[in-house]
Design a protein around this ligand. Sequence first.
Ligand code: BGC
Length: 458
Amino acid sequence: MGDLKLSQPPVFPEGFLWGAATAAHQIEGSPMADGAGPSIWTRFAHTPGMTHNGDTGDLACDHYRRFKDDVRLMRELGLKAYRFSISWSRILPDGKGRVNQAGVDFYSQLVDELLANDITPLATLFHWDLPAALDDRGGWLNPDIADWFADYGRVMFRALDGRVKRWVTLNEPWVVTDGGYLHGALAPGHRSRYEAPIASHHLMRAHGAAVQAYRSEGKHEIGLVVNLEPKYPATDSAEDAAAVKRAHAYMNRQYLDPVFKKSYPAELRDVFGDAWPEWPAEDFELISSPIDFLGINYYTRSVTEATNSYPLRAGAVRQPLGTYTETGWEVFEQGLTDTLTWVKNHYGDIPMYITENGAAFFDPPVADGDRVRDPLRMDYLQRHIGAVKKAMDAGCDIRGYMVWSLLDNLEWSLGYSKRFGIVHVNYGTQARTPKDSARWYSKVIASNGGSLADPLPY
Ligand code: BGC
């Protein structure tokens, strides 16, 4: 078991939101049902060679048709909260203009079902599945997207704000631009050092525009979700220290400085070279529209060394000895405590949620008919929940923790090859089997963290 050094007893505050997260394209399936339009992910996955094994989201976990069963499962596990995302092109098949009521109804029914089961919904407006019709107009490279996104937000706020009290604008703008516009491994598959900072900036403008729309339409809370990955130097050389600063500016500060400090980190000029644009001051007024909370997705750290390699001068990753997940990410829970305390010290005392944390590990086959033994995932979660508690003990205002993910699901370009779920999904039969980690997590929730002090059951 992990070296937790928790305060005794490791009990979390009353009302702490224990939950699990998913995203529309990764679980729903039926992407074109009931009048929906295509998203860039439907197109991308149907382009030969873009995803592992040619896997698509056409069926995924069939959650679109099975959502009631899935909510029942959440209830059985004792989840207090569920973070899901809304598919923009179900709501607006052309990305803007005409609203598809059947799409709105789907999320409305999901929310009703959650509330009827005492599960608090957290809704994310954008988790990567941009309407293809908007990509045809330039997608995140078109400055008009800030207005398109705010208009879409307004439709959802009007429909659901009476029932959804926590909203997220964007999920992980860094991944959208790094994967979608710089390296091309994710939709829309572009590879351009020149496009990436433009896409980033319009993502952040869209975030700000949606927050402003929320202030006139909504009554509750809205925030942003970023993935943060702390950077540690590979050696104590001055070159590695400088590389850490650049990598940290590129991956972490690029999406927080403009929100909290109205500017981009100066290092980004160095990272992007001549591809780094200047932006008007009023853009930063929009981007820094006050948010109610920050959502943090945390998976790993990176150990950084200096390199000048193309396309960016942001440092290279060196892999130290340690335990690695099936996606090649080092298990390093101290990085989560460090990240949360860094946010507090650097940006102020904003309420935070851990909106994603989890791991893909090779799960042995479903054994004994109803059991999936996943001790490594249990160990990962125990360490990281402990790391959250450490940050809380150090004064961070953390309101909830969501495991990524409720279900095994479509891991984007990696298809169904990586399983992050605490619930196993048999993609042939769609049978759901809670893994040992889910049963363990249920006890953590029921004891409000108290059972974290117990040894893991293996
Ligand atoms: C994303 C998820 C993804 C997970 C694991 C996060 O970057 O928000 O959609 O499945 O990490 O890679």
